[in-house]
Design a protein around this ligand. Structure first.
Ligand code: HEM
Length: 404
C-alpha cells in the first residue's frame, strides 16, 4: 500500500486555457503514469472511469466542498459566499434529503415531458428571430434557450431575462476559483436574490391553496406547510437557474460543435427527435460540461492507495467517458453505439443532477428544431474554451449556414 502523497503522478494543468481546449490527450498521459490518479494545482484528479464509479459506490467517505471554495475566495459573509454555504449541493444528510425531496416530484421524466410543448415553442420563437441572419455566434443564440424555458416553467416575467442572463453568466464561473470575477458574482447573486424574492411575493399575493400549476406553486405549498423557509425557497430558485443555465447552454453549443463535424448525423437530427435524444446522450459522454470536486471525510484505502481525510478529489464528469475503459471505441463520436455503461455527465450518487430529464428533453427538442432551420452549418471559428474546472464548454462558436 502507498500513501497518495508518495505516488509519482502526472500533473494536469486544469486551470490553463490550453488544457481546456484539448484535455483528452492530457488524461491519456496521466493514465500512462498512474492507472487512475493524477495531481493538479486544485487537488488530486480521478482519471479512470471505473474508479469514478467505485468512489461513488462509497460516497459516504466524501462530501461536497463549497465551504473551502468560499474560504479560498475570501468571500465569507458576502451574498455570494453565504449562498454557496446554503445551496442544496453544499448540503448533506437529512438537510440535503429534505431539500431534494421538495424538488424531486417536479423533476421526474414525466414532468419533464409535460414541458416539451413549451420547449418547442420557445426554440421556434428564437429561431424565427435568429435563423434569418445566416450567421451568428451559436453560443450566444444557445444562451437564450434554457433561461427562457426556465422562466416560462415557473411563470416568471420574460422581460427580466436580459439581466438574469448576465447574472447567470457571472455565477456560472463560481467553481472556477477565480478571484477576479468575485465582484461580478456578488452582483449576480444580488440580482438573482431580488428577482426570486419578487417572484415569490407576487405569486403568494394571488395564489390559492389548491393552485398547482408550476414549480413555483409546488414550492410555495411546501413553504405554506412550514417545511421550507422563504430563504430556502429563494436559494432553491437561484440554484435551479444557475444549475440549468450554462450547463444546458454549453451542452447545446458542444452539440453544434460536433454537428458541424458530422453533417450526416446532423441531417438525421432534422428528421427524428428520437435520434436527437441519442445524440445528446453521446454528447454527454464525449463532451460533458461539468467537473466537480469532493473532500474526503475519513482515511480510506482504495485500490491499495491510502487517501487521508481532507484530500480534495476532482471528478471530471465531462471527459471521463473518453477513458477507453468507459466504452469500446471511446475516442469516436458515435450516437449509434451500443451502450455498455451509462455516461456520467450528470454525475453519480446522492447529488446526481435533478434537472437531467428537463435538460435531456430541452436539448433534444432544441436540436431537432435547430437542425430543421439551420441547414449545412459551418464553423467560421475560432472558438474559445471556458476553464476546465467547474462548468467547462465552448466560449463563442461563430457559424454560417443556410436559413431554411
Ligand atoms: C445538460 C445540462 C446539465 C448538466 C450537464 C448538469 C450537470 C449536473 C451535475 C454534474 C450535477 C452534480 C454535481 C456534483 O455532484 O458535484 C448536477 C446537480 C444538480 N443539477 Fe444539473 N445539470 C444540467 C442541467 C440541470 C437543469 C436544467 C437543472 C434544473 C432546472 C439542474 C438542476 C440540478 C440540481 C438541483 C442539482 C443538485 C442536486 C443535489 O444537490 O441533490 N441541472 N447537475
Amino acid at each position: 500500500m502507498q500513501a497518495i502523497s508518495d505516488l509519482d503522478l502526472y500533473h494536469l494543468a486544469m486551470e490553463e486555457p490550453w488544457f481546456a481546449a484539448d484535455p483528452v490527450p492530457e488524461f491519456d498521459k496521466a493514465r500512462a503514469r498512474h492507472p487512475w490518479l493524477a495531481t493538479s494545482n486544485l487537488g488530486h484528479v480521478i482519471t479512470h472511469y471505473p474508479v469514478v464509479r467505485e468512489m461513488f459506490a462509497n460516497e459516504e467517505r466524501m462530501r461536497t466542498s463549497f465551504d473551502e471554495m468560499v474560504e479560498f475566495m475570501g468571500a465569507e459573509g458576502t451574498p455570494w459566499g453565504s449562498f454557496q454555504h446554503r445551496h442544496i449541493l453544499n448540503q448533506s444528510g437529512p438537510e440535503h434529503k429534505r431539500l431534494r425531496d421538495t424538488l424531486a416530484l417536479a423533476f421526474t421524466p414525466r414532468e419533464a415531458n409535460r414541458h416539451r410543448d413549451l420547449m418547442r415553442a420557445t426554440i421556434a420563437e428564437l429561431l424565427d428571430e435568429w435563423a434569418p441572419k445566416g450567421r451568428f455566434d451559436f453560443e450566444e443564440f444557445a444562451s437564450w434557450f434554457p433561461i427562457t424555458v426556465q422562466c416560462r416553467m415557473i411563470g416568471a416575467p420574460t422581460e427580466a431575462i436580459g439581466s438574469l442572463r448576465s447574472s447567470l453568466e457571472a455565477l456560472g464561473l463560481s467553481a472556477n476559483m477565480d478571484k477576479s470575477v468575485l465582484e461580478a458574482m456578488q452582483e449576480g447573486t444580488r440580482i438573482m436574490t431580488d428577482f426570486s424574492a419578487a417572484l415569490i411575493d407576487a405569486r403568494e399575493a394571488v395564489r390559492q391553496p389548491e393552485d398547482d400549476n408550476d414549480l413555483l406553486d409546488v414550492l410555495l405549498e411546501v413553504k405554506r406547510q412550514g417545511k421550507l423557509t422563504r430563504q430556502e425557497m429563494i436559494d432553491l430558485l437561484i440554484f435551479l437557474f444557475v444549475a440549468g443555465y450554462d450547463t444546458s447552454k454549453n451542452i447545446l453549443t458542444l452539440t453544434m460543435f460536433e454537428m458541424v463535424r458530422h453533417p450526416d448525423i446532423y441531417a438525421r437530427c432534422a428528421e427524428d427527435v428520437g435520434y436527437c435524444a441519442k445524440v445528446v446522450d453521446e454528447i454527454m459522454r464525449f463532451h460533458g460540461t461539468t467537473n466537480t470536486m469532493r473532500i474526503t471525510t475519513q482515511d480510506f484505502v482504495h485500490r491499495d492507495v491510502l487517501i487521508p481525510a481532507g484530500t480534495t478529489l476532482w471528478f471530471p464528469w465531462a471527459i471521463i467517458g473518453r477513458d477507453p475503459a468507459a466504452t469500446p471505441g471511446a475516442e469516436r463520436f458515435n450516437p449509434d453505439r451500443e451502450r455498455v455503461q451509462a455516461h456520467v455527465g450528470f454525475a453519480l450518487g446522492g447529488h446526481m443532477c435533478l434537472g437531467q430529464w428537463i435538460a435531456r428533453a430541452q436539448i433534444a427538442e432544441g436540436l431537432h428544431q435547430i437542425a430543421k432551420r439551420i441547414v449545412r452549418p459551418t464553423s467560421t471559428g475560432p472558438e474559445g474554451w471556458r476553464p476546465f474546472p467547474g462548468v467547462w464548454g465552448i466560449r463563442g462558436l461563430p457559424i454560417e449556414f443556410e436559413p431554411a
